[in-house]
Design a protein around this ligand. Structure first.
Ligand code: NDP
Length: 308
């Protein structure tokens, strides 16, 4: 079976164009999004992500604020910076870039965010609303997985509002930012959800569960973790992982996902590549959430309702 390779770049461009169009309409209602990023230290990943998000936001004529703190900043400094963004009426969405230095506790940083500006839904209030099926914002990575899935199943002639019901979703990974919200979004679609993690693998049982998936979302950060023999024929496989590996033949570093792409593609109905799958949509979704926050602040309903 030759799997369909889902083109994340094309879907991301379609989503960006929808945001642009909706912004054009809502500017008439004086909705002006403003995005702030807060970076602590100078990690390569955080800087690369900030660059992407900034380019997108400025391309859509958002206000953009970049706050940078040194790697030795104390928690109190980070909280004070977040407080400044919380209080700034020109900022409608705040993103704290990962990773944070080890001495800065993530939970305290998340709780410092004003919930109406917490566009990644990491504040306990927003995470709780999401877990209860009443999201204020959909966090960008798990939302992008389902946006891609919706786009694919619709392209196959299915109705995305009923397609998932009763199917089995297996999520590999249980982080607060990806794995847990992905399982909540699956439950909202009436799927039977299994969540696997490092202890599942340590017990030697990962394949027992991944083989049950109609839809598989893998977010573990382990290159090639899920192989062809660990999936069933006809699975739809979404690869969130981004791993830098050295190519043995060329010596060059390249990005790969958590799926053994060729092995899984040989059995799957559809699969996302890395790069060019989930990643490009994530950036656009985040920027879309800053726009949704601006609309909500003005008590205007976003027309497509995509972002919540
Ligand atoms: P975390 O490190 O926070 O979580 C990883 C999860 O994977 C944990 O729950 C861990 O289990 C589980 N895990 C680790 N090893 C195994 C294993 N051998 N078998 C099964 N499960 C395992 O990572 P994130 O959730 O933040 O990110 C996951 C991946 O997704 C990373 O590669 C990251 O770079 C990428 N990513 C990509 C994005 C995109 O836009 N495409 C956005 C965000 C992340 P346990 O809880 O037991 O430790």
């Amino acid at each position: 079976m030759g799997a369909t390779v889902i083109d994340g770049n094309a879907v991301a461009e379609q989503l960006r164009a929808e945001i642009e169009e909706e912004l054009r309409v809502l500017r008439l209602s004086a909705v002006r999004p403003g995005l702030a990023t807060v970076m602590v230290g100078e990690s390569f990943d955080a800087q690369a992500y900030e660059k992407h998000v900034r380019r997108l936001a400025e391309g859509l004529e958002y206000r953009y604020v970049s706050e940078r703190l040194p790697a030795d900043a104390e928690l109190a400094d980070v909280v004070a910076t977040i407080g400044k963004m919380n209080a700034d009426p020109r900022v409608t969405g705040v993103l704290v870039l990962q990773p944070l230095p080890e001495h800065v506790p993530e939970a305290a940083v998340n709780s410092a965010l004003e919930p109406t500006k917490d566009i990644e839904a990491v504040h306990p209030l927003n995470a709780g609303l999401l877990a209860q099926g009443q999201p204020r914002f959909l966090p960008s990575t798990p939302a992008s997985c389902f946006y891609l899935l919706d786009s694919y199943v619709t392209s196959q002639g299915h109705d995305a509002s009923t397609y998932y019901s009763g199917r089995t979703l297996v999520v590999v990974g249980r982080s607060n930012s990806v794995g847990k919200p992905a399982q909540w979004l699956g439950l909202e679609r009436n799927m039977t959800v299994i969540t696997a993690h490092s202890r599942t693998a340590a017990a030697g049982r990962l394949g027992d569960f991944t083989r049950q998936a109609d839809i598989l979302i893998v977010a573990a950060g382990k290159p090639g973790l899920v192989t062809g023999e660990m999936v069933r024929d006809g699975v739809i496989a979404i690869d969130v992982g981004i791993n830098a590996v050295k190519d043995a033949s060329t010596g060059r570093t390249r990005m790969v996902g958590d799926l053994d792409f060729d092995g899984v593609a040989a059995r799957a109905e559809a699969i996302t590549p890395v790069p060019g799958g989930v990643g490009p949509i994530t950036d656009v979704w985040l920027v879309g959430n800053a726009f949704a926050a601006a609309a909500m602040a003005q008590r205007v309903e976003p027309r497509f309702g995509l972002f919540r």
